[in-house]
Design a protein around this ligand. Sequence first.
Ligand code: MG
Length: 370
Amino acid sequence: MAAASLAVPATSIMGNNKTFKNKSSARMKLTWTTYDLQLKHVFTISGFSRKTTPVVLTKIEYDGLVGYGEASLPPYLGETQASVIEFLKKVDLSPFSDPTHLEEILHYIDHIAENNTAAKASIDIALHDLTGKIIGAPWHKIWGLNKMEVPDTTFTIGIDTDEMVRKKTREVLGDFNILKIKVGGEHDKRMIEAIRSVTELPMAVDANQGWKDKHEALDMIHWLKEKGIVMVEQPMPKYDFDNIAWLTERSPLPIFADESLQRLRDIEKMKGVFSGINIKLMKCTGMREAWKMRNLAEALNMKVMIGCMTETSCAISAASQLSAGLDFADLDGALLISNDCFEGAKLEEGKIIASDLPGIGVKLTQKLFK
Ligand code: MG
């Protein structure tokens, strides 16, 4: 579709009908604000430790309605609050008279600049929120999903001392039905044993590319299976496709791609290398592309999980809208922070369940925008 055709004012298509004319005079207004998420625990994954995550929150107003979005910016992904704001300043929504034309608007957004996937997601999520409010329904209903049929969310326990690992695990027992452990170093077996000393809950592991030798990785996966681990995320370096394919072929557990893929266009390359993919809104530019990724992966007979960064309930609620029917959900991001400024999807019996509010199903609980 030619983007140039989008600039045609709605009035010229719709003739002189007064109602349409009034409607078309409504304009979308984009504003944003920065916010720093405070993490409840110092978070350590293979190679990094941190106590905060910067985000940018977006708001798109249109005809008396408001849509909210979020860009979450963990340091290892390369976007910053400054780069998101620089991107948002380039966004001109004035040629678009109808926010529900998501395909057209997001095509334009995607072509403003390369990369900037979290910045793009902050627009995508706000537009989905707005569109759902215009339609008067939450996205799980628009997509025809049963919001209760979601997988249990994993809850992540970071790399830490045995004592801390046991303490963190005890804190969350009863709230979750599956845990996720960050592995990928010399402490892997010790971490797993420490958790196993307090609970028999199933566990997912995420090596974050930390294993370097495929034979050692395979031995480890066999050991993990004996310990009740049910899936492995990103075992080896992200472009090491040959060795990962070798591993997946022999692994008794499903192997999921995370760092190895970003967007829809990457999925074909994952087929035959991984058993499944981890979709994250911040990597793939938001809900619209995430929905397409889910459908393509399922058509390719691959497993699908939905993941997150540390995020407020804004982006988590957006992700929760499309989690029904997936193989795994890793949507604990808002539970890891102490200053969530949105109310939305909630933890219920170990699952993150979307609210019934229209759009992405959130309420802003603080006055953050001017
Ligand atoms: Mg991961």
